[in-house]
Design a protein around this ligand. Structure first.
Ligand SMILES: Nc1ncnc2c1ncn2[C@@H]1O[C@H](COP(=O)(O)OP(=O)(O)O)[C@@H](O)[C@H]1O
Ligand SMILES: [Mg+2]
Length: 236
């Protein structure tokens, strides 16, 4: 099993977009997938409700946004025993307890960062905090990668973040453009790779480095090493 945490303390950085796209990509690749929504806004849960109205591959949803009364946290967060991929959609700004709970679960952490100086500055601080938590864990094999999200022309904006990440030995794993296809997909409970392939060539090519990076790190503690099929699962 591989657990991927998509996290940034800033709202609007693309956590839900990347988490839902990743979960649907795994599910469409015949991997048993669970998606944990830690955000009280429940955007991933809502996205999956739309998904369930169609015939897309199913994703097991877990509402982790609040502590359920009358059951243990472990019971509340349980997933089917044969789950191969877990994706965690984190909320913006969270208490230490929840942050630790999510980080401890994760094998891989994706931090989406949008190209605004304020977000880049806040994200650098947050990544530093993540590193401290990981280093404090007994089994600190968790890997962090940054995804530049909603990029437009000015990639130079990321330069200070890149210097900072180099110092911490954290890679920039992918850069995703700001396109309407992400909005179109989310409206139907889909991932971009489930839209018509001709319309999402750019998105598919930009997801490939991220998919490969995740697959490369799925061997660390996990049974299945299949690389999700990108274009093969797209609908006409
Ligand atoms: N690459 C992208 N292209 C276009 N719109 C995007 C992209 N990533 C995110 N968005 C949009 O930006 C907004 C915030 O994204 P979201 O994933 O909800 O962020 P978060 O979960 O971090 O708050 C949403 O309206 C989403 O549809
Ligand atoms: Mg969100």
């Amino acid at each position: 099993m591989q657990t991927v945490l998509v996290i940034n303390s800033k709202g609007g950085s693309g956590k839900t977009t990347i988490a839902s796209n990743l979960a649907s990509l795994f599910a469409a690749s015949h991997l048993k997938t669970a998606l944990m929504d830690y955000d009280p806004q429940g955007s991933s849960l809502h996205w999956n409700q739309l998904r369930e109205q169609g015939d897309s591959p199913a994703i097991h949803m877990v509402d982790a946004s609040h502590f359920k009364v009358g059951v243990t946290r472990t019971f509340q967060l349980r997933i089917p025993h044969n789950t191969e991929r877990v994706v965690i959609d984190a909320p913006a700004g969270m208490c230490k307890k929840i942050l630790n709970e999510m980080v401890i679960k994760a094998d891989v952490i994706i931090v989406p960062v949008v190209p605004s100086p304020i977000d880049i500055h806040a994200s650098s601080e947050f990544i530093y905090e993540l590193k401290l938590i990981i280093n404090a864990c007994r089994h600190n094999h968790t890997i962090i990668g940054v995804v530049a999200n909603r990029i437009r022309a000015k990639k130079a904006l990321y330069r200070p973040l890149k210097h900072f990440l180099d110092e911490l030995n954290i890679p920039f794993v992918a850069a995703l453009a700001d396109t309407d296809n992400y909005i179109r997909a989310v409206e139907s409970g889909l991932g971009v790779h489930e839209l018509s392939p001709q319309t999402v060539r750019l998105e598919l090519s930009q997801w490939l480095p991220l998919v490969k990076w995740l697959a490369a790190h799925s061997s660390v503690s996990h049974r299945s090493q299949s690389v999700p099929l990108m274009a093969g699962s797209a609908r006409g």
